[in-house]
Design a protein around this ligand. Structure first.
Ligand code: UD1
Ligand code: UDP
Length: 371
């Protein structure tokens, strides 16, 4: 029997983390020939993940340019993928989430009339500029997909409401980020000595990189951090700074060489997961971290005004604080000073999955192709 050719395409750090367990599950299935193609929309941050999960791509477009814009990124991917599809002749393409790698690859596969499976389908804020450009990237991918792997009931509902005709093609799987997180914390707990954290201080972990937060909002976030460290002598801040030059310029100019503020390059996933477990509070605009931290029992303050991930908000372990300096300071001070408030938020819940999402995705693909 001919094997089903399943091609997974991804290019950034979060896509790689969330697709790695899917690739592992595809590779372990005898009925499937797994093909991996990376755009390398991210280079260093992607390679960190490939190494951890021991993934060697069959195709690597290596398209990242310094400070790339959305037009070049989109057109490079759209055209390059056409050539890859002609060589590899996949039966189905899997893309993930809401990056430009996902939207441009999906559009390219649609033009080639190759079925698309969307991993992490159905997330929405219903605000086309927030997050930008991710909200429209998701809409584009869902518009051209044939199989929808929805992480939560809420994302299933969004897809149903969007008018997808055959609801059997929407599969509730859980989020593969939990598969990746469990694999990593169970197999790769890491020593954090290199970060020089003071064990006697409370640790606040920060990440921020969203395009809509670049400039003034990110400055506000950094100023809030300076103020918090001044007001609380018992805290330290650790901030692994994204490699986007527009993020680094702001963060380093405001936070460099300040007492009890540690700036590092992006951490590999295994030490980062260990650091999340160790942190007392997490402040982030990342999508993936909003999904991971609740299962580690960590309060998360989200540096955004809207989220496409309402589940942990409903349970109360995640709160939206936006990017207003005073609001960030007040919310963190309240968490630091009120045990009751802290304990209410520091509840380990798992609305995003049980660690078996990748297997459900593989099973659904085989079923779809009657294999
Ligand atoms: C991208 C995604 C965003 C996702 C984020 C995860 C788009 C438009 N944006 O945003 O949805 O949340 O990844 O991190 O798809 N860079 C490096 N090395 C790296 C990675 C980035 O030097 O390994 C620098 C480069 O100068 C690059 C810039 O960062 O041009 C921006 O990268 P890009 O992928 O365009 O945007 P992100 O903000 O990372
Ligand atoms: N992450 C990491 N190292 C870091 C910061 C984050 O490995 O220094 C992981 C994090 O655990 C999560 C993913 O990267 O799984 C999130 O990526 P990012 O914040 O870049 O993108 P988003 O989730 O917003 O799309």
């Amino acid at each position: 029997m001919d094997k089903l050719k399943v091609m997974s395409v991804f290019g950034t750090r979060p896509e790689a983390i969330k697709m790695a367990p899917v690739v592992q599950a595809l590779e372990n299935n005898v009925k499937i020939q797994s093909i991996v193609c990376t755009t390398a929309q991210h280079r260093q941050m992607l390679d960190q993940v490939l190494e951890l999960f021991k993934i060697t791509p069959n195709y690597d477009l290596n398209i990242m340019k310094n400070n790339q814009d959305l037009w070049t990124l989109t057109s490079d991917i759209l055209l390059n993928m056409k050539n890859i599809f002609e060589k590899a002749k996949p039966d189905i393409i899997l893309v993930h989430g809401d990056t430009t790698t996902a939207s441009a690859t999906a559009l390219s596969a649609f033009y080639a009339k190759i079925p698309i499976g969307h991993v992490e389908a159905g997330l929405r804020t219903f605000n086309k500029f927030y997050p930008f450009p991710e909200e429209i990237n998701r809409v584009i991918v869902d518009a051209v997909s044939s199989l929808y792997f929805a992480p939560t009931k809420n994302s299933v509902q969004n897809l149903v409401k969007s008018g997808i005709k055959n609801e059997d093609n929407i599969i509730l799987t859980g989020n593969t980020v939990i598969d990746a997180l469990l694999y990593t914390v169970n197999n790769h707990e890491t020593n954090l000595d290199q970060l020089n954290l003071n064990p006697n201080l409370k640790t606040i972990l920060i990440t921020s990189h969203r395009r809509e937060n670049l400039g003034k909002p990110l400055e506000e976030i950094c100023k809030a951090i300076i103020e918090l460290v001044k007001q609380n002598k018992n805290i330290q801040i650790i901030y692994p700074v994204h490699l986007n030059p527009n993020v680094r310029q702001t963060v380093f100019s405001i936070l460099k060489n300040k007492e009890r503020i540690i700036l590092t390059d992006p951490l590999e996933y295994a030490p980062f997961a260990t650091l999340m477990k160790k942190a007392d509070i997490i402040l982030t605009d990342s999508g993936g971290i909003q999904e991971e931290a609740p299962s580690l029992g960590k309060p998360v303050l989200v540096l955004r005004d809207e989220t496409e991930r309402p589940e942990a908000l409903e349970y109360g372990t995640v709160k939206l604080v936006g990017t207003n300096k005073e609001k960030i300071i007040d919310t963190i001070n309240h968490l630091l000073n009120s045990k009751e408030e802290y304990n209410k938020m520091a509840t380990a819940i798992n609305p995003y999955g049980d660690g078996l999402a990748s297997q459900r995705i593989v099973d659904a693909i085989l079923k779809h192709f009657n294999k």
